[in-house]
Design a protein around this ligand. Sequence first.
Ligand code: MSP
Length: 660
Amino acid sequence: MSRKTYYITTPIYYPSGKLHIGHSYTTVAADAMARYKRLQGYDVMFLTGTDEHGQKIQRVAAENGMTPKQYVDRIVSGIKDLWQMMKISYDKFIRTTDEEHAACVQKVFKALYDKGDIYISEYEGWYCTPCESFWTETQLVDGMCPDCGRGVEKTREESYFFRLSKYQDRLIKHIEENPDFIQPVSRRNEMLNNFLRPGLEDLCVSRTSFDWGIPVSFDEKHVVYVWIDALSNYISALGYLTGNDEAFRRYWPADVHLVGKEIIRFHTIIWPAMLMALDLPLPRQVFGHGWLVLEGGKMSKSKGNVVDPVILIEKYGLDAIRYFLLREVPFGADGVFSNEALISRINSDLANDLGNLVSRTVAMIRKYFDGLLPGQGEEGEFDAELKKELLGLKHRTEELLDNLQFSLALTEIWKAISRTNKYIDETVPWILAKDESKKGRLARVLYNLAESIRIVSILLQPFMPETPAKIWDQLSIDSDETGWETAGVWGVYKPTRPVRQGEIIFPRIDIEKELEKLSSAVPDTGKDGPGEKGDKKHRSRDAEGSASGDMTQISIEDFAKLDLRVAKVLSAEKVEKSDKLLKLRLQVGAEEKQVVSGIAQYYSAEELAGKTLILVANLKPAKIRGIESQGMILAATDESEGKLTLVTVDGDISPGAKVS
Ligand code: MSP
């Protein structure tokens, strides 16, 4: 029986400059899916490529003294290098300048013309060159392009048109009858309500004012313009309408087109209408993900180091970057990329949770059993619960990945990692090790840790192409113990070879020093590159999404002026004749400090004793109701709900420890 197929695509990228980390978002997500489906045994076709035609490229190439082909060749090789560095496991890279693609587009155009779905007419309107879009007078916003807000040029020329309007009703019906076709649901409603129901206009699909494109075979003064060229890549890559269309018959219709939200309209309206006109089945799903923006604004290559994927990978490693992209933001929503968030994720999730689990387990097997476990040992308390959590993990991860919920799938995996770390605290192997009669139990505890790590590492493969193999090497996990299906089985690990302590898989980063180094990023020049267009609505939404809001930004030097310390409450008492004030005596390292704080309405003096808080230790002392206050303790307040809660630390740490 032949294997089930899975066809996934990314958009084809504009080759007009270096890509930033936001660009890699779609491709990393598609790669995770492709890897996952391959691991499950599917016959996968993962397509990506470049969208190389158009007036803008022709102009930029001329400005650089090159032919358009010379210009795109140079940039496309840079894009391919980046994908190689990011271990993007595409099966085919299509370029719209490929001969086979051009031949297919010409045939598609002719087929639609013969059918009467493409006709000649005249276009008069406004043209936005960066967006390669025509607009009518009424569509302009303050005389500017409604997509990008830039200037437009008046144009009048003979053009071919695609009868998009003819497919409106069939499209609405298809979208209504297939709730999974457009995901997430919010984008589906947006397409129906904002574009389809108000009515579609026919679409201009050829140009005569430039020639960097695919000529219309029966009318060579026209070149096929943007969407019929670009969108056809999904079928031309499979050999559609060529002598060899075996791949097309095998993989079409696509299982999912992954695209950014700004191009979802083209993929859920124009593309399906083209397919309907060609009598081809529609893709099963178009998933429109959100945008990754920088705090305070959209991402742009001119932001320098901060968003340069090559620099980020060289600094922090590929798996850390891929993990951050897939974990930080729920897939579908907009998210903020910041170096600080990236480093915190690396330190807490990767270095602490996962990295420590592996290194502690290997270290204990080495210390207590000279690196080689004597079989599975004796069962005991806590084993069943750990086993249950880990055994359900594969199923939970698969369910979420099948819905492209990368972040939630990783959250599940991290819950299992935390459960495993908790198992160490529960079973306290170092105490078992002190008693010779508990050796069998100790062996079992360490076996269970290794087995949990084996399961987790198998499930991490779609997200991280490098780390699982490093873990297997350290724990001497054999290749026959790492099959995808074995992640759902307990007791597969055979400790027959000694474990070895390798290098630390995710070293901790000194966040303060690192942020200081990174703050030397090049300032934004405001220049736009490809992939940064988007309609005004998206832009303002992105700006609203910024965590910094309207607050003045501070530099890392400003922040470093604060001396924040962990402080333990020794005692607390009410300040006489005040409803609001409490006087606290705090232990801060070897010192004791006295602080007056307005928290009496939220905390009683009794419940504060023993709490570990955060103190601004270098605040100038002040007298409050005649009592000296030597600093300020931090609290979070929600004024709308009248709530206040003190900021405290997660875990045991000595008073006086610096907070940064
Ligand atoms: N050439 C068109 C697509 C044609 S598909 C038939 C195009 N190219 S692009 O280079 O501008 O964008 C490629 C992909 O990168 C898109 O999915 C886009 O959404 C994504 N991203 C570019 N910048 C992005 C962020 N800052 N964040 C997330 N993804 C973004 O559009």
